[in-house]
Design a protein around this ligand. Structure first.
Ligand SMILES: NC(=O)c1ccc[n+]([C@@H]2O[C@H](COP(=O)([O-])OP(=O)(O)OC[C@H]3O[C@@H](n4cnc5c(N)ncnc54)[C@H](OP(=O)(O)O)[C@@H]3O)[C@@H](O)[C@H]2O)c1
Length: 359
């Protein structure tokens, strides 16, 4: 009897194979590094090096603006700053949720100097009217904490989106025409920071901006496709891309303002159990149940960055668990990509300008 042999041949372009392997490496390196460091155990281990006196600094008379302050890490940050005597401006998109959070913080801290500012950070128009309202107060801003936020929220479609059936894995566009994640995490963050700069300059030498990014950015290089216009849309990947932009943006601002007394830091809170994670990443939340950090532990490094004397910190640096952390994982091929940040700043600037001219 004759034996038969089957031959299969696969033709995969070498660049596609290389990209696949690189993406797989990034995802695996991020997963392992994250599991070891970003969970609660990582916090407990790293906290052995913490100095309690670092957190004993007071913020009386300092004005702090915290976006996304009614929930999760933003709430814990606002509470931590208020408990140290700061005047805190809580920027929330929903009046009712903001008022509830404000009164909780007022009763837990006894601090009467809390203010609610309603602003949807996905909207350039709202950010502009917030900024002009806020500027008329003429208060110097010492600390701006940016929690630009939606990890994809599957249960709540923002009211400006014209398609009630649209779900989280699809590409959602704001009424101003921008992809939603980008609108909040990148463009909104850029706009609110730029428009607050004159008030930050009033507090300069003391002024700082803290950008709450995410370790998720380790899995992505900086890309110029800001709104995920090419290829099949993936909300988790878009989030990682946005968070990478925030780290590169922080570096860029630090360089631009290095002689003007405003310092910029980005950070990763670790993996914390928050309403946002429960809604947007339910499987992840379930998988790591009992292993996630508390919101307070997630906020720890944000508060630490707000309190430390600037001489201890590196403007433009990325922080995790009260220490400077690498911005790139080994062999992930992401480090050269930050060279694109100048053209990304140009794009963001022109989006703001063209928004003005459309009105
Ligand atoms: N938790 C984690 O493990 C983790 C890990 C890495 C990075 N982070 C980062 O930490 C930050 C806070 O996340 P979280 O986990 O604390 O989430 P969260 O519990 O969902 O809190 C998010 C906050 O942002 C507000 N927000 C959302 N969209 C907004 C908009 N368009 N305008 C104004 N405010 C808006 C939310 O308001 P509503 O209550 O009205 O929705 C809420 O107050 C985010 O930047 C996230 O990327 C979190």
């Amino acid at each position: 009897m004759k034996s038969a042999t089957l031959h299969f041949e696969f033709h995969i372009p070498i660049t596609a194979l290389a990209m696949f392997l690189l993406k797989t490496w990034r995802a695996s390196a991020f997963g392992v590094y994250g599991y070891l460091n970003f969970t609660r155990n990582g916090f407990l281990e790293n906290s052995k090096k913490f100095k309690p006196e670092d957190m004993e600094i007071r913020l009386d008379g300092k004005n702090c603006v915290v976006t996304g302050a009614n929930s999760g890490i933003g709430f814990a940050t606002a509470e931590g700053l208020a408990s140290r005597g700061a005047t805190v401006y809580m920027v929330c998109r929903n009046m009712e949720r903001g008022e509830t959070a404000l009164s909780k913080i007022q009763s837990s801290t006894g601090n009467p100097n809390l203010h609610l500012e309603v602003c949807d950070i996905s909207s350039i128009s709202e950010i502009k009217s917030f900024a002009s309202r806020f500027s008329s107060k003429d208060v110097p801003v010492h600390v701006l904490v940016s929690f630009p936020v939606p990890i994809y929220n599957e249960n709540e479609i923002p009211s400006f989106v014209n398609n009630a059936g649209l779900m989280e894995h699809k590409r959602v566009t704001t009424s101003e025409g921008f992809e939603l994640n980008f609108a909040v995490n990148v463009l909104g963050t850029y706009a609110i920071t730029e428009l607050m700069l004159p008030l930050l300059e009033k507090a300069s030498l003391d002024a700082r901006v803290i950008m709450v990014s995410s370790g998720g950015m380790y899995s992505s290089p900086l890309t110029s496709d800001l709104q995920f216009s090419n290829g099949k849309f993936d909300g988790v990947e878009q989030y990682a891309r946005n968070k990478r932009v925030q780290v590169a943006q922080t570096e860029k601002w630090a360089e631009m303002y290095k002689n003007k007394g405003i310092d910029f830091y980005s950070m990763h809170p670790g993996w914390a159990e928050t309403p946002g994670v429960a809604t947007s990443l339910p499987d992840f939340n379930k998988w790591l149940s009992g292993k996630l950090r508390t919101s307070g532990e997630g906020a720890d490094t944000v508060i630490w960055l707000a309190l430390q004397p600037k001489e201890k910190l590196v403007s433009g640096g990325f922080y995790f668990d009260r220490a400077e952390a690498p911005k790139h994982l080994n062999f992930a091929g992401t480090s050269q990509s930050h060279g694109k940040i100048d053209s990304i700043f140009d794009t963001l600037r022109s989006m703001l300008v063209s928004h003005d001219s459309k009105k």
